[in-house]
Design a protein around this ligand. Structure first.
Ligand code: 1GP
Length: 254
C-alpha cells in the first residue's frame, strides 16, 4: 500500500512507467467543465491532476479542488503560483522553488511567508525544483516571477541547475516552458538532464500533440503535463495518455 503521492511518483519511475498529468487552470474551469475533465481523465487513466497557475484571478480554487476530489480517486497536486493557492483539500503540494531564476522571492521569500499556513494545512509537501526554460516568447510565469528562463539551447545550464537542485535535496524537478509556450522543451535538453539526475522529472509547457508527449517521455521525462491544449480539445486527454503510457523501457537500476 503506497502511503503518499510522492511514493506513487517514485514507484512509477522505479517501474519505468511514464505518467501523464492534466493541468487544470481554475480561471478557465467551471465545476461543470471539471466534471467533463474528470470523467475523461478517469477513462484515460490519467495519473495525476495538477491545479493552479502563475496567476489565478478567480476565487473558486478551493471549491474546485474539493469538487474534483469528491468525484475521482486521481491524486490531485497543487501547482501554485502563489501562497494564496494553497488549500488543505488537495492530496499534495508541489512546494516550488524557482531554481533557474535569481529572484529570491520565488527561491525562498514566498516560502518563508507561507510556511506556517502550509504546515497547518497538513498537506503532503513535495519540495520541487522549478526550472523555467525559454519557450520562444514571454509567458505569464516569466513575467510574474521576474526571472530569466534558461535559453532553449543551453542544455548544460539546465543540467547544472538540475544537479544543484538534486544535491540540495529537492525531490522533484519541474522543467517548464510555461503555459502556452510557443516552443516546448527540446528532447536534447530533457535527455541531458534525465541522463544524470535520479529524481523524477516533470516536463510541461506548450505540449500540444501525442507525438511531442511521447518524444519528451522517451527523452527522459517521467511525468508529462498538459494544460492549454486540453482546454482547446479534450479528446487529447485520451490520445496523449495512450501515447505516454505506451512507452515501455528497460528496468531502472535506481
Ligand atoms: C504550465 O507546464 C504547464 O506551467 C502546462 O503548460 O498549459 O502549455 O500545457 P501548457
Amino acid at each position: 500500500m503506497l502511503t503518499s503521492t510522492y511514493d506513487k511518483i517514485v514507484q512509477l519511475k522505479r517501474e519505468n512507467r511514464k505518467a501523464f498529468t492534466v493541468l487544470v487552470d481554475p480561471d478557465k474551469t467551471t465545476l461543470k467543465k471539471a466534471d467533463e475533465l474528470v470523467s475523461l481523465c478517469t477513462k484515460a487513466n490519467v495519473d495525476f491532476i495538477f491545479v493552479g497557475g502563475s496567476l489565478v484571478v478567480s476565487d473558486h480554487l478551493e471549491e474546485l479542488v474539493q469538487h474534483i476530489k469528491s468525484s475521482c480517486d486521481i491524486p490531485l497536486l497543487l501547482f501554485p503560483g502563489s501562497p494564496s493557492q494553497v488549500t488543505p483539500y488537495a492530496d499534495a503540494l508541489l512546494y516550488l522553488s524557482l531554481i533557474s531564476g535569481r529572484n529570491p522571492e520565488y527561491l525562498i521569500g514566498q516560502h518563508v511567508i507561507s510556511a506556517p499556513a502550509v504546515k497547518k494545512s497538513g498537506l503532503e509537501v513535495i519540495p520541487t525544483g522549478y526550472m523555467l526554460i525559454d519557450g520562444g516568447a514571454p509567458t505569464t510565469v516569466s513575467y510574474i516571477s521576474n526571472a530569466n528562463p534558461i535559453p532553449t539551447d543551453k542544455n548544460e545550464i539546465a543540467l547544472c541547475t538540475a544537479l544543484a537542485g538534486e544535491m540540495l535535496g529537492l525531490k522533484l524537478l519541474y522543467m517548464d516552458a510555461g503555459s502556452g509556450a510557443k516552443q516546448p522543451i527540446q528532447e536534447g535538453m530533457i535527455h541531458a538532464v534525465a541522463s544524470q539526475v535520479n529524481i523524477p522529472i516533470i516536463v510541461g509547457g506548450g505540449i500540444t500533440t501525442p507525438e511531442k508527449a511521447y518524444n519528451n517521455s522517451k527523452a527522459g521525462a517521467d511525468i508529462i503535463v498538459v494544460g492549454n491544449a486540453i482546454e482547446k480539445d479534450t479528446t487529447l486527454i485520451l490520445e496523449i495518455s495512450q501515447a505516454v503510457h505506451s512507452i515501455k523501457t528497460v528496468a531502472n537500476p535506481h
